[in-house]
Design a protein around this ligand. Sequence first.
Ligand code: GLU
Length: 383
Amino acid sequence: MKLSNRIENVRASSTVAFNTKANELKRQGVDVIAMTAGEPDFQPPQHVMDAARDAIDKGLTKYTPAEGTFALREQIAAKHARDNGFTPDPSEVIVGTGGKQVLYNAMQALIDPGDEAIVIAPYWVSYPAQIEVSGGTLVPVHARAEDGFVPDPADVAAAVTSKTKMIILNSPSNPTGAVYPREVVEAIVKIARDRGLWLIADDLYEYLVYDGAFTSAAPLYPEGTLTVNGASKAFALTGWRIGWGVGPQHLIKAMTRLQGQVTSGANALAQHATAAALEQHDATAAFVAECKKAYVERRDTLVTGLNGLGLKTPMPQGAFYAMADVTGIDADEGKAALKLLEEANVAVVPGTDFAAPGFVRLSYATSLENIEKALERIARVVT
Ligand code: GLU
């Protein structure tokens, strides 16, 4: 029996699919090094795990408001006041099941059939899927490897048409690790503001910046920006599925209406634990600082190693991904990724769905030992 046209057109997420494949091979006993999903290998901070246990002991196990507990939304507002130079009201905050669901809610709330969404390529695989399932059209603006994958704002301006509804800004970027300089963020925000477009600032990797500095878009354009952030990456809470959105109240209310019909809200225990992570921000910051130290060492080892093997890889400034030019292995990045998997037992994500032909994405959210072993194995494929 026939499924809907809408769902027939939804592709599987390649980040999720390749990670599942790597884990399945591992389960079968194959010694695969998975550099697929962006998933920290660290355990969450102790105080956050204690808070989750505490929430169970206190019986905080019931539904929460669809938009998230007031306590967590208050902590999220305080986080933005502390770090980002603006103080949202808790009514301007929604908590969702990961940043992914918050983004999906936003696409559904903002995009009408025929609307265009400008996205900087290479881009994260779920933007096109979420835009298209909402009836919109993705308009890519290509950032070049030789520019460290930082886009030229003039290219963004040139992509605006009468149908443009939004611009998605993701710095630090998944998959490139690019951190946009302040003037680039400001120029992109200005385009959105001058043209009356929505700006989605996907700030998920805000805390994972190694060179350069993070720039918040929201204070520059509060009336038109939805900031998306979450607990997964910086706090190593991927499976707990907590993300949030901060933006104008009427947008947050619309997203909440949808969420109330779809999930009734995010997991209660994880919300309590995330509130503790934000409330005890000094302890959490110490945890993030330790992780960052490890990521820098891993990044330097990986990127130096890949370039040494002749796989050109720009130095990422943030997040925990590197994009390697694998045309030396195969002109088709899908075949190169398959070769790396089959001959080197190193799992990566081909650039195809990131709009990065000739590249693969490697996540260095894995141990230094794994990275060194992966480089040795990749060397056997390229030489
Ligand atoms: N965001 C992570 C990644 O890009 C996890 C998988 C996903 O959500 O796509 O690998």
